[in-house]
Design a protein around this ligand. Structure first.
Ligand code: TMP
Length: 217
């Protein structure tokens, strides 16, 4: 596979979606062939699974159901969207991936981490991001930002203790995999965060070159 797989992660309210948009715009301006996608979602089947997962009415959802539905959405997305785009040499920028299941279902719901990892290894056929930007923000700050939106989804509605475990889970992933995961302080202006991500990507990419748009045969 010739493409690059870049993921964005972080607690709710870290500004991930804004940064994914800004980053993809900058890369396109620089001539890269970019596909932006997200999880849960990114295919028609995965979007239906997303609606099941995030419906605030589904308070009775069992933990096992939740982890398996995220993985099912991901399996379809990897097969139908991510791998074909990587094979065509694109830079695939994905808003959340397996790290989110480790943080939210593993650390957040306190499911055994090795089980979450194993289910996701099967779902993704072992696909691992080339680089991950972990946008970190204190839970209280993230919740202030979320409060500015209309209506919270089922996961966002969970309590402060849950979201603290999720944030600590993400920080633990970054600590364990520093070569892949770049920790970014997201409690700053949109522009400051964006500039740090772009600078890191260009430095990292020059050490790991791929072909640019126009050079792809
Ligand atoms: P989003 O807000 O990034 O669109 O993600 C939707 C919610 O789903 C968010 O609260 C995080 C949660 N989530 C998980 O709990 N596990 C996962 O594997 C993924 C991808 C998202």
């Amino acid at each position: 596979m010739t493409g690059l797989f870049i993921t964005f992660e972080g607690p709710d309210g870290a500004g991930k979606t804004t940064q994914v948009e800004a980053f993809s715009r900058t890369l396109r301006q620089k001539g890269y062939d970019v596909l932006v996608t997200r999880e849960p979602g990114g295919t028609p089947i995965s979007d239906k699974i997303r609606a099941l997962l995030l419906d605030p009415a589904h308070t009775e959802m069992a933990h096992a159901t939740e982890v398996l539905l995220y993985a099912a959405s991901r399996a379809q997305h990897v097969q139908q969207t991510v791998i074909p785009a990587l094979k065509r040499g694109k830079i695939v920028i994905c808003d959340r991936f397996v790290d989110a299941s480790i943080a939210y279902q593993g650390y957040g719901l306190e499911l055994p981490l090795e089980t979450v990892v194993e289910i996701n290894r099967f779902a993704t056929a072992g696909l691992v991001p080339d680089r991950t930007y972990l946008l970190d923000i204190p839970v209280s700050r993230g919740r202030v930002r979320l409060g500015q939106r209309d209506g919270l989804d089922r996961i966002e509605q969970k309590g402060e203790h849950y979201h603290t475990r999720v944030r600590n889970g993400f920080l633990e992933i970054a600590r364990q995999q520093p070569e892949r995961v770049r920790l970014i302080d997201a409690d700053r202006s949109i522009d400051e965060v964006h500039e740090e991500i772009v600078a890191d990507f260009l430095a990292w990419q020059s050490a790991n070159p791929i072909r640019r748009k126009g050079e792809i045969g």
